[in-house]
Design a protein around this ligand. Sequence first.
Ligand code: 6PG
Length: 472
Amino acid sequence: ELARIGVTGLAVMGRNLARNLARHGHPVAVHNRSYGRTKELVEEFGHEGTFLPAETAEQFVASLERPRRLVIMVKAGAPTDAVIDEFAPLLEAGDMIVDGGNAHFTDTRRREQALRERGIHFVGCGISGGEEGALHGPSIMPGGSPESYEALGPLLEDISAKVDGTPCCTHVGPDGAGHFVKMVHNGIEYADMQLIAEAYDLLRRGAGREPTEIADIFRGWNEGRLGSYLIEITAEVLAHTDVTTGQPFVDVVQDQAEQKGTGRWTVQIALDLGVPVSGIAEAVFARSLSGDADLRAAARRLPGPVPAGNSDLLVEDVEQALYASKIVAYAQGFNQIQAGSAEYNWSIDPGAMSTIWRGGCIIRAKFLDRIKAAYDSNPGLPSLLVDDYFQDAVRGAQDAWRRVVTSATWLGIPVPGFASALAYYDGLRAERLPAALVQGQRDFFGAHTYRRVDREGSYHVLWGGDRKEVAG
Ligand code: 6PG
């Protein structure tokens, strides 16, 4: 018997993905750099389905039906290239290599092009949902050629999460589109986590609530429009008591957030594309600030507002601020997807992305149904913020949102996510922005020219001379 698909790289994500495939009745070839892991997998989980263990790359490739479908689940970066170099010479035209790691989409584009020249389909595939998702149904974001999706789609859809019977997997677009969308997913994940963390900080230090009380508040929010995986697990984390000290778990964890890089990539690429994803950027910077122990030690004695203490911060207001800020974060992320799609000619359907993020992935949330509805009714929506539903939601939330940002400012509690989201909102809706003055400054010191509101063309003022206006 031949395997329908193969997985190489059997660390926890690869192992769980292979098990998921086997559990769905797909015979799966399994391979790992060291055979020990492969043996272990088959010994422990062999009863779950049909596994074909391979000791060598040659055996692995020989055990796959044609066209071959080979999934690599190794660390992004050099290890991925090494595995591709190992397997590509053993493959034939029409075969497919799927990279299920968190690769940078520019690497995916490079690899896709190189392999395409050899007739091999390379499919950069975003997979979200962590270990549990990989086993029970992740959200899957495959890029690559449409032909490769014909051969892979049914398998991937089969093992993906389902919401209302719809698989959380679709062909995102060619070459690096899948990894690009996964990258933005992670950027939104960072923003979402930061906003939730700010809400917690406000409730704890601003409203004086205990972690267990805040856990209950989050549980309540999870029943409403904020309902999402991240809110749900936040309640779990806040309710947890440290086993050794009996303290709230959140108080014994070092307050330095780490990051593996996908959030940073999102912001780097957004800068190149010129898309203001300020919420994601603030989230990345907030992690960096938290992690700079030396700087924080040096700054610990800087004065704060006086008097500081409890405020009249309302729990309901924090919920409103969180919801409004979350809408902004998603609006920015979706704009980045649209900009990337335009830049690389991917024709990504934003509504389809919200559909496949409704289940399986880390940012799964009730309100993705609303995002889907927004793009269904207007596929060319310039921003989620101008969709009727979201516009109304923000209209209803904005007084509370402003109160929260004001209170936080007076309390000296940093809310970079809430505040930058509000600044973005006010920036977008402004009739006139001070950018006009910036243009004037640029023209003054560098003769960079400006455009006028009342006439075509570009102009320059002779600032150093008689200050007449000349054509620029
Ligand atoms: C997912 C996650 C995952 C990511 C972790 C850790 O979609 O399953 O996004 O891919 O690796 O969330 O990310 P950081 O270490 O950068 O926080």
